[in-house]
Design a protein around this ligand. Structure first.
Ligand SMILES: O=P(O)(O)OC[C@H]1O[C@H](O)[C@H](O)[C@@H](O)[C@@H]1O
Length: 529
């Protein structure tokens, strides 16, 4: 396509939202009108599915749940007045609480103000708060946030070390929808011990964000924690940023949560329009379908040209891959769907893997995120007439062009600046794009059956560990792996037993071994003695 035709195509497909100052350019995806025509019936179905979902249909039948994250930013849409009230009052509660923490009306027992937050959560209970903190927290927030999003002891130590001198003025958010996920449970248990070690009563510092009645909720209630905020059954973890999960940490950091909700609501209104060309989420879903042939054949590389949006790709990774990565479609056919998502930021990534994008395996399409405002103040010139921001902008254009010339397609999302409204809008845009795309390919985007397998296997390993330790504690003489396995009747688990013992040995857990480390079958293990 020559330059004139491409410019025509650019203008033909450019989407602009005036209220948000938001643009979407899909001109560099090479679909033609016939393709759009062909997808039209699927889109009609997708728009209808979304309308049903928003009205409160059981859109997640496998878990028998409604899917209501859109109601969070427009509570009047909720299917019952009770739900509307619940949403409205939770937001008010969050604002009042944050205000009291900021003014010192709520303060730690031995200090006038809270200074820091340790936020404990994983998956959807971490990625949104992390993304939003990096994108929107002021340079000097009223409370500085630190995340524990794993059960890695060294990671936990790192956070506890960062706040070691301020533990007595550090709030702890424990965020878990289910209230039973092992990682945050472990993080909480360790942090609680750290507070006890400093003679601080954890309950005076701890806040639970979880479904009412969950294990975590019960614990918070019985121990009299500082506060509890509800997470609703009908909000999935990966779409929970605009529920208490994201709003509590954001409000505490001084982020304008009303503006985030407003931006999301405006984008929800725009993406409800049942017309592909005038609906930015539909244009994204169309582009994804085109790129990957409706089968995820191409990966989505997300490249925001703005440091503060670095974590957007990670946030999207869960949203897209956990929602779309499914073995079966809704009819039960084996489909192995999904779209792989990765990326960090431009122009940084141009000096890392963009070489492969331009010349290597053509197994991706790019999503550029452009921010029009370089910085809040005027930029100095670093060459006559040229600023650093001009470079950033030039690099984005250059990479988009270089990829296109080599038959690598891209979409470009443009926002005027990174602020609470535009971040809310981005979250809503992708929520809807995922929902629409899921309808196009006929899968349930709102469950995650595959996650359970790993959890179950891990639980079995921990059970096996207890048995292994018990056997070795009873034995007087060192045992080989085979002997251990035989004694517990698990000869098929010999490799697991080896890995368990190697880990215990490396951590001074009383396991001694003799033999050749490079030949596991030569090893003999004992405990104590
Ligand atoms: O918030 P939680 O219930 O602790 O869940 C945390 C995360 O873990 C699960 O394994 C799910 O796959 C995620 O969708 C979820 O966000």
């Amino acid at each position: 396509m020559d330059a004139t035709a491409l410019w025509q195509r650019y203008q033909k497909w450019l989407y602009f939202h005036e209220g948000l100052g938001f643009y979407l350019d899909v001109s560099r995806m090479r679909f033609d009108d016939a393709f759009v025509e062909r997808l039209q019936p699927k889109f009609e179905q997708a728009f209808a599915d979304m309308a049903e979902l928003e009205k409160g249909a059981i859109a997640n039948p496998d878990e028998n749940r409604m899917v209501g994250h859109y109601w969070l930013r427009n509570p009047d849409l909720a299917p019952t007045p009770e739900l509307t009230q619940e949403i409205v009052s939770t937001i008010e509660q969050i604002e009042v609480f944050a205000e009291k923490v900021h003014t010192g009306a709520i303060h730690p027992p031995k200090a006038p103000r809270f200074t820091d937050i340790i936020s404990i959560g994983i998956g959807g209970s971490a990625l949104g708060p992390q993304f939003v903190a990096a994108a929107l927290a002021p340079d000097f927030p009223p409370l500085a946030i630190h995340f524990i999003d794993n059960t890695d002891p060294a990671g936990i130590d790192r956070v506890l070390t960062q706040v070691r001198n301020r533990l007595s003025s550090t709030l702890v958010l424990v965020i878990s929808k289910s209230g039973g996920t092992p990682e945050p449970r472990n993080g909480m248990a360790e942090v609680k011990k750290a507070y006890a070690g400093h003679n601080l009563d954890f309950a005076n510092y701890a806040i639970a964000i979880t479904m009412p009645g969950s294990k975590l909720d019960e614990q918070a209630k019985s121990e009299g924690w500082l506060a509890r905020f509800p997470m609703f059954d009908w909000v999935g973890g990966r779409t929970s940023e605009l529920s208490a999960v994201g709003l509590v940490p954001a409000a505490l950091q001084g982020i304008d949560i009303r503006a985030m909700l407003e931006g999301a609501k405006e984008m929800d209104d725009a993406t409800r329009v049942p017309d592909i060309k005038n609906n930015p989420a539909a244009l994204l879903a169309l582009s994804w379908y085109y790129a990957g042939n409706g089968k995820g054949e191409k990966d989505m590389v997300v490249l925001p040209y703005k440091d503060s949006l670095l974590l957007f790709s990670r946030y999207l990774q869960q949203l897209v891959m956990e929602s779309l990565g499914k073995e079966k479609d809704k009819t039960g056919n084996i489909v192995h769907q999904g779209i792989a998502v990765y990326g960090n930021k431009g122009s940084t990534d141009q000096h890392a893997y963009v070489q492969q994008l331009r010349e290597g395996v053509p197994n991706f399409f790019a999503t550029f995120i452009e921010v029009l405002e370089d910085r809040h103040s005027p930029s100095p010139e670093i060459e006559p007439g040229i600023t650093s921001g001009d470079y950033l902008s030039g690099f984005l254009q250059g990479t988009r062009q270089a990829l296109y010339e080599n038959h690598r397609d891209s979409v470009t999302v443009t926002i005027p600046q990174v602020n609470s409204r535009t971040v809310g809008a981005l979250i809503a845009l992708y929520d809807r794009a995922v929902g629409l795309y899921a309808s196009l390919i006929n899968i349930n985007a709102y469950h995650q059956p595959g996650v359970e397998a790993g959890k179950k296997a891990a639980a079995e390993i921990l059970e096996l560990q207890k048995q292994v330790v018990e056997v070795l504690q009873q034995e007087k003489t060192p045992l080989t792996l085979e002997e251990v396995a035989q004694k517990i009747g698990a000869t098929d688990k010999i490799e697991s037993i080896y890995l368990i013992l190697r880990h215990l040995h490396a951590n001074g857990r009383g396991v001694t071994l003799q033999g050749n480390l490079g030949q596991p079958s030569s090893l003999k293990f004992s405990i104590g003695g």
